[in-house]
Design a protein around this ligand. Structure first.
Ligand SMILES: Cc1cc2nc3c(=O)[nH]c(=O)nc-3n(C[C@H](O)[C@H](O)[C@H](O)COP(=O)(O)OP(=O)(O)OC[C@H]3O[C@@H](n4cnc5c(N)ncnc54)[C@H](O)[C@@H]3O)c2cc1C
Length: 414
């Protein structure tokens, strides 16, 4: 019998990290009959992380199963378009999808967790396991014991570092510049051209994409929404190091917080946009008060389960954002966990082995597909020289990029 299991008390799980993976795991394990406590190191409720999130069937399923109300989830779009430098449409694809924001998803999922089980200011420091349970120690002195611990602590997971210290994020060789523009601040010409669509501009070795998302207070009314603007740009490692230095000269390893991105870099991206992008995208950038950049990394942990500890979401693996399904993958990890852990007669370790067997391959496929889609940014642009290269056609032609970006179709076999 597990440490906390007796006929009258449910088994207990500790979930570390209260972002998307942690919220889904908490909601779904509760529904599967577990007593769950969620611990987050942040002092305040999470807000404003990331911006646009493209949804997929897998994510919608998990939201509904978690008990979240998805009536007003986001903005429904029907079409993907690619435009040229003069704002002429060069390719169109019918592709209905709901696009939303990280904040909107967080608000919906946060509402599924009762206050008494959601704990801020709890920074996990160490984990110990015995035959009957797991013990978590936090830097504020708190000690918690349970039958199971879920590591939902993100791509720089301290828990993964304990068990798989060699797995580290790998720099992809490019960054994304991004930001959100208020719909009302965009010039009419740009709104008319790209606002209601998932729009792409694809010059060699660069990808510029954009789509509408809910506005302040999750508003969905016309005029109050926002536009999520993203520019993938190759940046070599040495240049990246210089970009990670803020105005005070402090260096930020791995990634830099948006408010710390230097003004000279912002001025440069605005100049480059004016010279290189179609008016709809460059004018939209001018309506973004403070764009920022994020270096792109990926990683894959070949193991997700360590006794009574399971890695989920970004802690387990991160595919580059071309696939646009980090939240969907985190949610599906949590769904699978809840499925295998529903039956109290199955020992935790045995259930987790089944979980890993089902989810490891999905993580690997997501990482591989993200890398394939990222080739466009770094490879010599040989489409004209090799028009019949099937790999190029499938993933890097304009049609291929429209079809495969932010699509979960590659998981259909699962
Ligand atoms: C540029 C970009 C664009 C993206 N676009 C999309 C998209 O369109 N669609 C999509 O589905 N996904 C997208 N993603 C990915 C998505 O944001 C993540 O995959 C998703 O949020 C899952 O994250 P997570 O909950 O696993 O980890 P995180 O969001 O990183 O959360 C980890 C949490 O753990 C907490 N934590 C860390 N260490 C500790 C500790 N020791 N103790 C307690 N708490 C701790 C952190 O504070 C944090 O709150 C994008 C990502 C990027 C970078």
């Amino acid at each position: 019998m597990n440490q906390h299991q007796n006929p009258s008390s449910p088994r207990r799980a500790l979930v570390i990290g209260a972002s998307m993976a942690g919220l889904f795991a908490t909601a779904l394990l509760r529904k599967a009959g577990w007593s769950v406590d969620l611990f987050e190191r942040s002092d305040v409720e999470l807000f404003g992380r990331g911006a646009g999130i493209v949804t997929h069937r897998e994510l919608l399923d998990a939201l509904v199963e978690s008990g979240a109300n998805i009536d007003q989830l986001g903005v429904a779009i029907n079409e993907r378009i690619a435009i040229d430098k003069n704002d002429q449409v060069i390719e169109q694809l019918h592709y209905p999808q709901i696009v939303t924001s990280w904040d909107r998803l967080h608000q919906l999922m946060r509402a599924t967790i009762p206050g008494g089980h959601h704990h801020l200011r709890c920074n996990l420091q160490s984990v110990e396991q015995s035959a009957s349970g797991v013990t978590a120690r936090f830097s504020n002195g708190r000690v918690e014991k349970a039958d199971l611990l879920i590591a939902a602590d993100g791509y720089r997971s301290v828990i993964r570092d304990i068990y798989m210290p060699d797995v580290q994020p790998i720099y992809a060789g490019y960054v994304i510049w991004r930001g959100v523009a208020d719909e009302s601040a965009m010039p009419k010409s740009a709104r008319d051209m790209i606002f209601d669509k998932f729009a792409f501009f694809l010059p060699p070795n660069n990808k510029i994409i954009g789509y509408p998302i809910p506005g302040q207070d999750h508003a969905l009314e016309r005029g109050r929404r926002r536009y999520n603007w993203v520019w993938y740009r190759p940046v070599d490692k040495e240049t990246l190091e210089t970009m990670l230095v803020d105005e005070t000269g402090a260096y930020h390893p791995v990634s830099i917080a948006p408010p710390k991105v230097r003004q000279d870099l912002i001025d440069e991206i605005r100049r480059a946009a004016k010279a290189q992008l179609p008016p709809s995208f460059s004018d939209t950038l001018m309506a973004i008060p403070r764009p920022f950049f994020t270096p792109i990394y990926d990683h894959f942990s070949p193991q997700m389960v360590f006794g009574r500890v399971a890695l989920i979401g970004d802690a387990a693996s991160v595919g580059r954002p071309h696939i646009g399904m980090g939240v969907a993958k985190a949610a599906a990890d949590a769904q699978e966990l809840a499925n295998v852990l529903r039956d109290p007669s199955v020992p935790v370790e045995q259930a987790l082995e089944k979980f890993e067997k089902h989810r490891l391959d999905v993580g690997l496929k997501a990482v591989e597909r993200g890398r394939t889609l990222g080739e466009y940014l770094l490879m010599p642009q040989h489409a004209d020289n090799a028009p019949h290269d099937p790999h190029w056609e499938e993933f890097h032609s304009v049609h291929g990029i429209l079809k495969n970006t932010a699509s979960s179709d590659f998981l259909k076999a699962h």
